[in-house]
Design a protein around this ligand. Structure first.
Ligand SMILES: [Zn+2]
Length: 269
């Protein structure tokens, strides 16, 4: 993902060039009105920021990236692997009030235009899915828990079950915490190993007994290959949300009190 002209979001350069009617954006922390630890473009309603400020931030971002928040669908994210199908009947859910977000959901998909799927992040991996033939759009929220539950591969299977030819799918793995900043223990590493059918290098690096650097983006990349995609179908962002303090909120770096970025994907009319 690269920086766009607007300071408020990044987009996938290749997709932007090839598919002008696609919105696939990842917000930054800049260009909003929130204060304190949420300065300034906090897009999370559930983090103790002022609701009116968050709605203002989302509205600004929606205008910038050409996806108005009246057309967003949002979720109450719980680090699970539940993926829900949404339509124009769902637009606006969760976009201004957390209470009407889709309950206990970490993945969204649609084949309708003008439905913008929007999930919140601060270190977890945003995974964008799209198919220009069927107008499939999907987004997944993959922290380590969602990752080892294989939400990445589940979305491919959901698309296939909906009649999408998975050879047409294109996937982008967005900015998340990188192996440079993500230390985990044996418990997590064992779950990662269980999720991968075969052993792959570069997924994690052992530092000492019981401590590892984990590359969550790489695990999800491998899970996408495991689900049948090939390398050419996947783009991976090199951004680390913890390293890039000027661009992103980071749950780990900011010790839990911080804002949220939002991933938005959908096809415009
Ligand atoms: Zn880092």
């Amino acid at each position: 993902m690269i920086q766009s002209n607007a300071e408020s979001f990044l987009h996938v350069e290749k997709w932007k060039a090839d598919f002008p009617s696609l919105v696939a954006s990842f917000s930054t922390k800049n260009g909003g009105v929130s204060m304190g630890p949420y300065q300034s473009l906090n897009c999370g309603l559930h983090v103790n920021d002022h609701r009116a400020d968050v709605v203002t931030n989302r509205t600004l971002l929606g205008t910038d990236c050409d996806a108005p928040i009246t057309k967003w669908v949002m979720a109450d994210q719980v680090h699970g692997d539940t993926i829900k199908y949404v339509t124009s009947d769902d637009v606006g859910k969760g976009s201004t009030h957390y209470e009407d977000a889709l309950a206990k959901t970490d993945g969204l998909w649609t084949t309708e235009k003008n439905v913008f799927l929007s999930l919140c992040y601060a270190d977890c991996v945003p995974i964008y899915y799209m198919d220009p033939v069927s107008n499939f759009a999907g987004v997944a929220h993959a922290g380590w828990k969602g990752t080892v539950k294989d939400i990445a591969g589940s979305m491919i299977r959901v698309a296939e079950n909906a009649g999408v030819d998975s050879t047409n799918l294109q996937v982008a793995i967005g900015p998340s915490i990188g192996p440079c900043c993500y230390l985990v223990d044996d418990y997590v590493i064992n779950k990662v190993n269980d999720s991968l059918i075969k052993e792959v290098p570069n997924v994690y690096h052992k530092l000492e007994e019981g401590q590892y650097r984990l590359d969550l983006k790489m695990v999800n990349y491998q899970l996408l290959l495991q689900a049948g995609l090939n390398e050419k179908q996947i783009i991976t962002s090199s951004y680390c949300t913890s390293c890039e303090e000027q661009l992103f909120f980071s749950h780990r770096r900011d010790q839990g009190v911080t804002g949220r970025m939002v991933a938005v994907i959908g096809w415009k009319e």
